[in-house]
Design a protein around this ligand. Structure first.
Ligand code: SF4
Length: 273
């Protein structure tokens, strides 16, 4: 049987690069590719390559020299917040074996660079000995807490309910936790019940909600086409107009979501204000 995901090693020239993402100064991606294979992922658009986009979710290349390169770069760079990671999940399965993310965190922490982690995996708990209340925040992407839907949207990512205890544990340890509620997909995960499940978790763990809509960068609609056809025939054609930042849909949805957060006393902000 052909394996679903192929693994290989590559060497990188840079370990961290400047980031324009809100709240980050640098981004660090120890892996190229991502096993989780979320159908809404827009990371491939960063690489602007049709082959990469077509095969996204089916390959993972470990940047095998990332720690050594990072060590060299940190000697020359001013301090700033490092986002781990921005176009991959730093705690995907291969990290369990290679520990590249862990070694990068050790190094960054020693050099006193603040670290902002974002993941969908409970494997982050392995590194709780390194992740302290000072100089760290940890974000968890929860697109939905509905297991059936999660399996369809992010087929090889850990179950979102496996994150609940992890967020609680980090929060109990005084670590700044946040939940990335996104992408919000019209008529798929935008109902009040779905929001409330996630807002309840944010309330319980004192986590901020950072939300975002579906981002239809190149290749995203293609990647979602068969899911949309099965779940909501006809939605694919309507999505582009629904998910613009100035659409009535998005305006109404933001009001609804923010109102629910306010009622629960949960802090919130849009990922891209
Ligand atoms: S976990 Fe993140 S980077 Fe990986 S496939 Fe999903 S959305 Fe893309």
């Amino acid at each position: 049987m052909v394996p679903l995901v192929s693994y290989s090693n590559i060497v990188c020239k840079n370990a961290i690069s400047r980031s324009n993402l809100p709240g980050l100064d640098y981004s660090l991606n120890p892996y190229f590719g991502c096993e989780h294979g979320c159908i809404y992922c827009y990371s491939p658009s960063v690489f602007r390559d049709n082959e990469i986009a077509k095969n996204w979710g089916k390959f993972v290349k470990a940047k095998i020299n990332v720690v050594e390169i990072l060590d060299n770069q940190l000697k020359k760079l001013p301090k700033g917040i490092v986002g781990i990671s921005t176009v991959t999940d730093p705690y995907q399965p291969l990290e369990g074996k290679l520990q590249l993310t862990r070694k990068c965190i050790e190094l960054l922490s020693t050099q006193k660079f603040p670290i902002s982690i974002q993941t969908k995996s409970p494997l982050v708990l392995r590194d709780k000995d390194l992740i302290r209340s000072e100089g760290f925040d940890v974000g968890f992407t929860i697109t939905t807490l509905k297991e059936d839907l999660a399996r369809k949207l992010q087929p090889r990512a850990p179950s979102p309910s496996s994150l609940v205890q992890v967020i609680e544990e980090f929060s109990d340890r005084g670590i700044n936790t946040w939940i990335f509620l996104g992408p919000i997909i019209p008529e798929i995960n935008d109902d009040e019940d779905s929001f409330l499940q996630i807002i309840d978790l944010a309330e319980k763990t004192k986590s901020e909600i950072i939300y975002d809509k579906l981002n239809l960068r190149p290749w995203v609609l293609d990647s979602m086409a068969s899911f949309l056809e099965k779940e909501r025939p006809g939605l694919k054609d309507r999505l582009p107009s629904l998910v613009t930042r100035d659409s009535d849909y998005w305006h109404r949805l933001k009001v609804k979501l923010e109102d629910l957060c306010l009622k629960r006393g949960v802090r919130y902000k849009a990922a891209f204000p």
